[in-house]
Design a protein around this ligand. Structure first.
Ligand code: CAA
Length: 696
């Protein structure tokens, strides 16, 4: 018997215990062990029932994701599930922690299910680009109904024990040791004369308007195929006999397993976990952070303060005047009211944050004993230096001094202090209490435990934290600047901003770059272009048409006009037709004869620019690994998760073909399209970005 599954007899019940830490994933040894144990139980004289339990923190977190993409090894999970269900013994699953994916499918093949009050269940396979492949799409609708099955499987959401019981997924919810609770339940079931109750024999459920549900799911997924496929699999459970439905599910599961989307989603899953595990942080203890100061209470500062309050820490917010401090508090209250409305916090928590854990001040002296400071003042080197000089004077030794700058040189900011080891960049994305991404920007002198503290704070705030080195724009904004430029060039050459946005939402981006610019405010890019103008290389092509909009006071959504025109109160704009004349005038002035672009060419150019800059960012060590770049684009820039990130996308597209595109585009503009040395090297050596991820 493999060590991963243990057999032990308790009276007339055989206890099958899954022992595969950390999360009891259903690897080959576990699947084989479960079958062996079941057979043993069936032969074991006097055994009347089988109890399935998980050892450690959880019942079963699902299939072993590391096996995906490799040749499947028998016994296969659907067969294990069918075998469990078909047993003549009474089989009960007693669940604690999570029962996800294959874990819930195993439980659904048991005859009764009991769980701890804190247990959660779910079929999250769509988040891996798959659908439940071991009967989940056939058994769940039989216990919970079609509508609930569609909701759970297409969203992949985790459901708490009480809701799962209401839905019919669980039979009982009881507190106690899972084995003891399960054994007691079995005693009751046997005493009541109950025996096997296969879900597969339960009557089919209500039918839905399957085509409508399929179409709505496809739309919502922005091109992600697995949730929509899952609808078809659930449909099969309503329309076909169980065994046929199971075959359909298996066929679709196998098809999805072969897709790039599955690869992209699984890359995202593992990268999300790898991103905060850096060799330099091994064994390094972060500093204790309970009290955070935020300097500046504008949109960004208030968002950061909100995020810190929501994480349960205390915030002192420093503003220039009492009036500004009151306005900052109002912004924070507004943010928290949003969280209250969405049910994320209680009324009492809301009051506690504003009354007990938020302190307003206009004096630096009040920052003398905070653990960490984040400044979010105006983006100007002199202003930042002044702030850091003040912090140097008042903050206690050991306090972490962080800047939220988006592009300024943090090494230079650190020169005004005598403790450059304590200085770090913590770059949040607006709105800071909502956006997942945090760039932890490390200077040449930042101490390792200060880096560890940045990551620990990011974790407390629920962020995806990515290490970045210092350069203009760090990882995300530097790459954004390049692909935005590629988009601007296409506008100059003949595409419209709306056509570009449409091509990119078609690719799966949440929004196109011009709609994003309208949302962020066109003044941001305008200020950046002005800042860069003095040092600009004469060969750089920079469109003037966005400046013309800004000069007329059109800054996007906040002024009602930008690349799009917004009706009062509406976030969806209609193309700004006046812009066509502005662009046409600029083309005429530059002697450009506009040409047509297909959506395919737009995507190719945009992605080539993104991948090329990303490769430079990795090659220069600004990002440690390709996966760090992928996580930045996924968590902060609306890149479609099912494509895994730009460098995973590049690997799947083929680095050779991406480089060939760049070389072709370079024939028109060899200044902008300079191939990244790292990309050239990988192509020469026949290697991929993922090879670099694996190398660590
Ligand atoms: N397979 C392999 N490894 C897994 C895993 C799985 N299903 N689930 C988690 N792990 C690993 C993680 O990679 C991590 O490893 P490292 O420590 O080496 O980084 C470790 O287990 C702990 O995981 P987390 O850090 O995520 O711990 P957590 O407590 O924050 O979360 C969890 C635990 C809720 C189980 C979370 O890991 C999770 O959501 N896992 C994925 C669950 C899932 O998607 N299951 C469905 C699988 S697909 C399937 O089952 C298909 C089918 O129908 C046959």
């Amino acid at each position: 018997m493999p060590a991963e599954v243990q057999y032990n007899r308790q009276g007339d019940t055989a206890v099958i215990r899954i022992c595969n830490p950390p999360v009891n994933a259903l690897g080959q040894a576990v699947r084989a062990g479960m079958l062996d144990c079941l057979e043993k139980a069936e032969k074991d004289e006097g055994v009347r029932a089988v109890l399935l339990v998980g050892d450690g923190r959880t019942f079963i977190a699902g299939a072993d994701i590391r096996e995906f993409g490799k040749p499947p090894q028998a016994p296969h999970l659907p067969d294990v599930c069918n075998r469990i269900e078909a047993s003549a013994l009474l089989v009960v699953a007693s669940m604690h922690g999570v029962s996800l994916g294959g874990g819930l499918e195993v439980a659904l093949s048991a005859h009764y299910r009991i769980a701890q009050p804190g247990a959660r269940v779910g079929l999250p396979e769509v988040h891996l680009g798959l659908l439940p492949g071991a009967g989940g799409t056939q058994r769940l609708p039989r216990v919970a109904g079609a509508a609930a099955a569609v909701d759970l499987i297409t969203s992949g959401r985790h459901v708490g024990a009480d809701e799962a019981r209401t839905l019919g997924i669980l039979d009982e919810v009881r507190e106690g040791d899972p084995e003891a609770v399960g054994l007691a339940y079995i005693t009751e079931l046997l005493a009541a004369g109950l025996g096997p109750r296969p879900v597969s024999r339960m009557p089919p459920h209500d039918a839905l308007d399957w085509d409508a549900v399929y179409a709505a799911t496809l739309r919502k997924g922005r091109g992600q195929i697995s949730p929509a496929q899952a609808v078809r699999a659930i449909q099969a459970s309503a329309e076909l006999p169980f065994a046929e439905g199971l075959k359909e599910e298996r066929r679709m599961f196998r098809e999805l397993m072969e897709t790039d989307q599955r690869q992209g989603m699984i890359h995202a899953f593992f990268s999300e976990r790898a991103v905060s595990s850096l060799p330099e942080l091994k064994g390094v203890e972060p500093r204790d952070v309970r009290h955070v100061a935020v300097i500046g209470g504008g949109t960004m500062g208030a968002g950061i303060a909100t995020a810190v309050l929501l994480a349960g820490l205390t915030v002192t917010l420093l503003e220039m005047s009492q009036q500004a401090a009151v306005a900052a508090k109002e912004r924070i209250a507004g943010n928290l009211a949003g969280a209250l409305k969405r049910g994320k916090i209680s009324e009492a928590a809301y009051d506690g944050m504003l009354q007990d854990r938020l302190v307003l001040t206009t004096s630096y002296d009040d920052l003398s004993d905070v653990d960490l400071v984040i400044e979010a003042v105006f983006e100007d080197m002199q202003v930042k230096k002044q702030v850091f000089s003040q912090l140097e004077a008042v903050c206690r030794p050991g306090a972490v001094l962080a800047t939220n700058t988006s592009y300024l040189d943090i090494d230079e900011i650190a020169t005004v202090t005598d403790r450059p080891g304590d200085v770090i960049g913590l770059h949040f994305f607006s709105p800071a209490h909502v956006m997942k991404l945090l760039e932890v920007v490390v200077t040449d002198q930042t101490a390792p435990e200060v880096v560890a503290t940045g990551f620990a704070l990011g974790k407390a705030l629920g962020k995806t934290s990515v290490r970045a080195g210092v350069c203009d724009g760090f990882i995300g904004n530097r790459i954004l600047n390049t692909y935005r430029t590629a988009a601007d060039h296409m506008v100059l050459d003949g595409a419209s901003p709306w056509q570009i946005d449409k091509a990119l939402t078609g690719f799966g981006f949440a929004m196109g770059p011009f709609a994003v610019a309208d949302l962020a405010g066109l003044d941001i890019g305008w200020a950046m272009r002005k800042r860069r103008a003095p040092d600009r290389d004469a060969r750089e092509r920079v469109g003037r048409y966005p400046d013309v909009l800004c000069e007329a006071g059109h800054f996007g959504q906040k002024t009602g006009t930008g690349f799009y025109v917004y009706e009062a109160g509406s976030r969806a704009g209609a193309p700004n037709r006046n812009l066509e004349q502005i662009i046409a005038a600029e083309r005429a002035e530059r002697g450009i004869r506009p040409r047509a672009f297909t959506e395919e060419e737009i995507v190719r150019r945009y992605m080539a620019a993104m991948v090329n800059e990303a490769a430079k960012v990795v090659g220069e060590g600004i990002a440690r690994r390709p996966l760090d770049v992928d996580m930045v684009l996924l968590a902060g820039y609306g890149f479609p998760r099912y494509r895994g990130g730009p460098l995973k996308w590049a690997d799947m597209t083929g680095l050779k073909s991406v480089l060939a595109d760049i070389e072709t585009f370079a024939r028109e503009d060899d200044f902008f399209w300079q191939p990244a040395p790292l990309l050239e090297k990988l192509v020469r050596e026949g290697r991929s970005f993922d090879d670099l991820n694996k190398a660590g």
